[in-house]
Design a protein around this ligand. Structure first.
Ligand code: ZN
Length: 300
């Protein structure tokens, strides 16, 4: 029998039905891969941070819906997105933390995906020197000044300021052109028999009245005269980073003012718990004092 033209034009039906199903399955596999099986690239430095340094953890490959945080010594630290599109967490290593290996846990949660990644971070010993620095009785009396505890509260409140935007740019600059007379971390005994305490910043020796400039950009969260700290300014650089400038004879800026890197903020003095004109320069990361000089050498 000769087929009619109608029969010839009707193609077989089965293959046409398979293609959409295969297509859907492939799309499904691609979505599973995109949402569940992406991989994170974790980099941290330094490999073995010294007491006083900051540990930088950077993660690449995390999709926008992925939430990241890390835990170190019982505290949780957030990851912020950097201008390069990576996620970055900065963790302070305090001078008084024992040099040994600590666990760092990175937690990731996203669309149907939760993971914990464990890293081992060995903290190395900075080997801080010890020095007896006996203060005159009149200076020691400042500890029992009636406004000392209120001043401490004001300082702690200012240092607890957390804002999510990074305001600092590049490396930090020395706020005073002077020699480091007492570095961060060295152990001091302020009177006979008193406990040894770590120096929580870097002392920069300079003539009385020398200019003090902001180490980096930020917003002033405290500008005050306090019994132990003298003229003090605290600048918030964002993301848990704040710098403090103490013992100044004069303050030249006001609270809530935006300050540029290198802008004049005060004059060197010897007010408060100080025996000679100098600037005590402190750097705080998540309220933990770390070594400010490290931030003049490395960009975070
Ligand atoms: Zn100091």
């Amino acid at each position: 029998m000769i087929p009619s033209p109608d029969n010839l034009s009707t193609p077989p039906q089965a293959p046409k039905d398979i293609f959409p199903a295969v297509g859907c399955f492939l799309v499904f596999l691609i979505l599973i891969k995109v949402f569940l099986f992406y991989s994170l690239i974790i980099r941290y430095e330094p490999d073995s941070p010294r007491q006083g340094q900051a540990l930088k953890i950077e993660i690449r490959g995390a999709p926008p819906w992925s939430r990241l945080a890390c835990r170190f010594k019982g505290k949780t630290y957030p990851f912020y997105i950097t201008p390069h599109g990576t996620r970055r967490a900065l963790i302070p290593i305090f001078a008084e933390w024992k040099p040994k290996t600590y666990s760092l846990e990175i937690e990731e949660s996203g669309w149907l995906r939760w993971r914990w990644i464990d890293l081992k971070i060995p903290i190395s010993d900075a080997d801080f020197p010890r020095r007896k620095v006996y203060l005159p009785t009149a200076k020691m009396a400042l500890f029992s000044h009636p406004e000392a505890s209120k001043a401490r509260e004001d300082m702690l409140k200012a240092l607890a300021t957390i804002t999510p935007t990074q305001l600092w740019k590049g490396t930090f600059e020395m706020p005073v052109q002077g020699k480091v007379t007492s570095p961060y971390g060295y152990l001091r005994q302020l009177s006979r028999g008193a406990p040894w305490k770590s120096h929580l910043g870097a002392d920069l020796g300079a003539r009385k009245g020398s200019e003090v400039t902001a180490a980096n950009e930020g917003v002033v969260v405290l500008a005050a005269r306090l019994p132990l700290q003298g003229g003090v300014v605290i600048i918030n650089h964002g993301q848990g980073v704040l710098s403090a400038y103490m013992h100044m004879s004069k303050i030249l800026i006001q609270e809530n003012e935006f300050i540029r890197k290198g802008q004049r903020i005060g004059l060197v003095g010897s007010e408060g718990l100080s025996t000679a004109p100098h600037l005590h320069w402190g750097l705080y990361l998540w309220q933990v004092p770390i070594d400010p000089l490290e931030w003049t050498k490395h960009e975070f």
